[in-house]
Structures are given as C-alpha cells and as structure tokens.
Design a protein around this ligand. Structure first.
Ligand code: HXC
Length: 510
C-alpha cells in the first residue's frame, strides 16, 4: 500500500516538473514564471485543484511516441480568488513550448465546459508556440474546439486572457474571443503572421515587439485591454479585476464591504470645471472622487484616451464607468472611442453591471480620416450598445453635451434611468461660435451683432435648463453632491426590470 501511495507522489512530482529543470531555468532566465508558479500567485493559497495532471498526447509521428510529458503542456483546474470560484488554465512553455495538441486542447475544453456549467469565470494564462507542429490538423481541430467554447461561454461567464509569452498564428483567436486581454511588457507578443513571414511577403522589417508587443496592442491596435510590467504585477492586477466582476450572467454584481461614506460631499468638484469653456480638466479626478475609496480599474487606459472606461464601486457594488475625457481631443468622440466604449457597455450589460456615464463632449471628431474610416458605423456601435442595454443607467452631464454626441452618451432617449446635469452643463446642437456663424452668416462682418447674437444663444441654450424644462434631465445637481446623488440613484434602481423584445440575436453594426 505504502508503495502505491509513494508511486502516486512520484508521478505527481514528475508532472509538476513539466519539461524539466533545464527548461524551467530557461523560463526563469527570460523573466517569466512557470505555469504552476503563475497559478499559485493568481489563486488563493492552497485553493488550486488540478485536473488531468497525467494526460499524455496521443501522437506517434516524428518520434513523438517516445516523447511524453505528463500534463501535455497545460495545467488546468479551478481555485478561488478572494474566496470566489474560478476555472483556470495555464500553458506550460517548458513542455513542447506550450504548444497546443489535441489532448492539450481537450484539457482546456474540459475546464471551459465546467466553467459554463458551474457559472464561474475562466482565466487563461497563455504562453505557447501555437499549434503543435507534429500533430497537424489534430492541433488545428483542437484550437477550433477551444474557439467554439469561447463563443458559447461569451456572455455566460466572464473570460479573461493573460498573454504571458508568445501567442502567434490562429492561436490569437482564443484570447480575441474572450472579454479581456492583458499582456506582460517585454515578454509577450501576439500576431497572426510573424516578422519572418512579413519580411518575405511584404518586405517589411519589424521586431516581434514592434509587431505584436504590449505597447503595440495597448496603444495602436486596441487588441489588449491593459499591460503590466511583469508576471507578478499582471497576476495581482487580474485578482483586483476579478473582484469587480460577477461570476456569471445570472449572479448579481458583487458587493463588498466599503469604507467610504455614501453621502460624502466633495466641495472641490464645484470648481473642477474651468470658467473658460475651452479649457480642459481631468475626468479621472471626478471618477476618483465619486468612487468608493477612489478605486478605479481602468480598461484600455492607453487607447482612445478621449474616452475613459473602467470599473469602480459605489456603496460596495461594481459600477461600469464611461466618461468623456476633455484632456484629449477636447473629449470629442471618434471611431476608436466609439468602439472602445461600445464594447465596454456591452460587457457591462451582459453581466448586469450598472453603468455610470459622465458627459463632457463637444461632438463627434470631424475630418476625412474619420469619415473614410467609417465613423458613422463605429459611432452607431456606441449608440446601439447604450440603447440595447437594460442595466441601470445613470448619466451626469458636467459640461458640454453637443449634437450627435448628446444623443449617444446615454441620454434619457436611450432609456437612461436617471439623468443629472451640473449647473455648468451646456446641452445644445452645437457650441455658440458655430451656431452663430451659421444662423447669422450675413452679419459676420459686424462684430457687435455677432457678440449680441452669441450672448443670446449662450443664454438660451448653453445651460441645462432648456433640457430640464422638457424633463430630459431629471434634476440639476450640485457638483459637490454628485457621489451622494449617484449612489442614491443606483440604490433606487437595484430592482429595475426591463427586457428587450424577443429576437434570436441583435444585429449590431459591426
Ligand atoms: C511543437 C514547439 C512549437 C510548436 C515551440 N516548440 N513551438 N513544439 N510545436 N508549435 C518547442 C521547440 O521545439 C522547443 O522544444 C521548445 O518548444 C521551445 O522552443 P524554442 O524555439 O527553443 O524557444 P524560443 O527560442 O523561446 O522561441 C519560441 C517560439 C518558437 C518563438 C514560440 O519556438 C517558434 O517560433 N515556434 C513556432 C511558432 C509557430 O509558428 N507556431 C505555429 C503558429 S500557426 P525543446 O524540446 O527544444 O524544448 C498556429 C496555427 C493555429 O498556431 C491555427 C488555429 C486555428
């Protein structure tokens, strides 16, 4: 009996060593942790339960029948993050470069399917050379099975991908189908075709980092939602994000103990909007000042900085925030900002996370590059996302809400539940200069008339009261009481019931 127990421990020990000490040392030398070390940091201590530790691949070609490592290059199972259940997989680069075989894929599919049945998120730590070359189509089939499960799980349980090494070729599509992608700076990259192929086919010379590193994907392509300096920082930030997320699409939004007064007054907000309407201010400041304990987990912080998206808590409950940022492009909405915010709104809506929208937007960004780039369709994505969303929606207009951008940023007309405006709000078709130049073109040579007409226009439209008179604004509030008013609004909206008409699925303008 003792023998059998010892044999089990010996087998486990062999599996835990992955591709062996030499390859583990090489992984460490690149500044990367191993798959098991990563899971230890991601999950609560001692909570990891592993599955399929002894699974071996079944290929026999290219001498593979003589080349086996228990676990086959991916560590799978479940554990907890601050006591809440999650399913996980972590690719083990020390075994065949973390490459995906038929059995490796089966292991991932198993945890994906469990996550869906159990209603718990799935977090994938990716570090892989792609399809296991020796397996040919069996590896491609395995990938596609994983993709299919990603698609079925979408909107059912949150799916998070962390890229902690290579992710090349079609392998990028599993992360791309998940809700969030995070990368590690200098040790991860993602691309469909690598630098060598590019050189041959298009004559372009780029490094892997330039083509698909964290900077590229967080600032240019927007494929990634954030980047961290090393494995440890990445995993601790994923724990932080996880705490904001519901476990599934039926579970309520997590509520945790908070140490902040719900009716905290912040007098500095009364002067945050500069007297000169052309001067910017940092919308981050407002978000931090109204969030519980000033905690804001920003999504896509480095991309389309003219709009901010991320999670805060109000009275302990997760709230998704979308906010124009007057510091960048004066807060104008462009194609990138529309896509970024639309995806975020849709994530919140499918997981029942209430949405707070903070508005200071002079309009859509004009220009041929925007029009040629399809801003009409991209802007429609944001419009669609807000209009489709049935979660509680609270909107605060702090300053400008002009033109089409007013219509897009969660107004009453897109089923906004509570719409507040600060006294500094200006709700109009456009700013005074543009309006007067159009309405009084013939008087452009007469500065006195223009000044008089501008004052008249500003008096009439550049305030929240025209909208409030029509009930498009529920209340004009004091800036210093914003946290109190918004938390009370969300508290009132807790039992909101709203359903869209039955349909197979909607047809978002893609
Ligand atoms: C089998 C692989 C492998 C793969 C790496 N290895 N990639 N084994 N299939 N795809 C093995 C290596 O043989 C080596 O084994 C070990 O992993 C580490 O690889 P190295 O090359 O020594 O490491 P490094 O120098 O860090 O380079 C990593 C790498 C490189 C950049 C990922 O290995 C590489 O280019 N691999 C091939 C990438 C690729 O083209 N994959 C297919 C993409 S197309 P030993 O025994 O020496 O430790 C694809 C299609 C998917 O994935 C389609 C889905 C629809």
């Amino acid at each position: 009996m003792q023998d059998i127990l010892e044999q089990l421990e010996a087998r486990r020990e062999e599996a835990r060593m992955g591709g062996g000490q030499k390859r583990i040392d090489s992984q460490h030398a690149k500044g990367k942790l191993t798959a098991r070390e990563r899971l230890e940091l991601l999950l609560d201590p001692g909570s990891f339960e592993e599955f399929d530790m002894f699974v071996k691949h079944r290929s026999t070609d290219f001498g593979m029948d003589q080349n086996h490592f228990p676990g086959d290059g991916v560590v799978t199972g479940w554990g907890t993050i601050n006591g809440r259940k999650t399913f996980v997989y972590a690719q083990d680069f020390t075994v065949f470069g973390g490459s995906l075989s038929e059995t490796h894929a089966r292991k991932i599919c198993k945890v994906q399917e469990m996550a869906m049945k159990q209603g718990a998120p799935i977090i994938g730590l990716n570090d892989s050379g792609g399809a296991r070359i020796q397996e040919g189509v069996a590896a491609l089939a395995g990938y596609t099975d994983v993709f299919q499960n990603n698609i079925l799980a979408s909107g059912v349980v949150p799916q998070i991908s962390v890229i902690m090494g290579p992710s090349a070729g079609g392998a990028v599509y599993s992360p791309a189908l998940t809700d969030f992608i995070f990368m590690v700076r200098d040790s991860s990259y993602m691309f469909l075709t690598g630098p060598d192929v590019l050189k041959t086919v298009t004559n372009e010379v780029v490094t892997a980092e330039e083509l698909g590193g964290a900077t590229t994907h967080t600032t240019k392509s927007s494929v990634a939602d954030g980047a961290f300096n090393n494995d440890m920082e990445a995993l601790s930030e994923i724990r932080r994000l996880f705490d904001f997320l519901p476990l599934n699409n039926r579970d309520g939004v997590p509520v945790r103990t908070f140490f902040d007064k719900h009716d905290r007054i912040d007098n500095s907000l009364d002067t945050i909007v500069p007297e000169n309407p052309n001067l910017p201010y940092d919308m981050h400041e407002l978000i931090h000042k109204i969030a519980d304990e000033g905690d804001f987990f920003e999504i896509q912080a480095e991309f389309a900085k003219n709009i901010l998206t991320g999670f805060i808590r109000m009275e302990g409950q997760t709230v998704g925030v979308v906010a124009n940022q007057p510091m960048v492009l004066a807060g104008c909405i462009d194609s990138d900002a529309s896509r970024k915010a639309a995806r975020f709104v849709r994530f919140c809506d499918c997981f029942n996370i209430p949405i707070l929208t903070l508005v200071d937007v002079p309009g859509f960004l004009p220009g041929t590059s925007q029009e040629f780039g399809g801003v009409i369709k991209h802007g429609a994505k944001l419009l669609y996302a807000y209009g489709e969303a049935t979660v509680p929606k609270v909107t605060v207009i702090t300053r400008k809400a002009y033109g089409g951008a007013y219509c897009v940023m969660a107004p009453k007309h897109l089923r906004g539940d509570i719409n507040y405006a600060w006294p500094t709000a200006q709700i109009a078709v456009m700013g005074s200069k543009g309006a007067v130049e159009i309405l009084h073109r013939k008087d452009l040579g007469n500065p006195d008339v223009i000044a008089e007409k501008t004052a008249e226009y500003e008096e009439m439209f550049l305030s929240p009261f025209r909208a409030a008179e029509r009930g498009y604004i529920d209340e004009v509030i004091q800036p210093h009481s914003t946290r109190k008013r918004v938390t009370r609004a969300f508290a009132m909206l807790k039992d909101k019931q709203l359903e869209n008409p039955w349909k197979k699925h909607s047809n978002l303008p893609l």
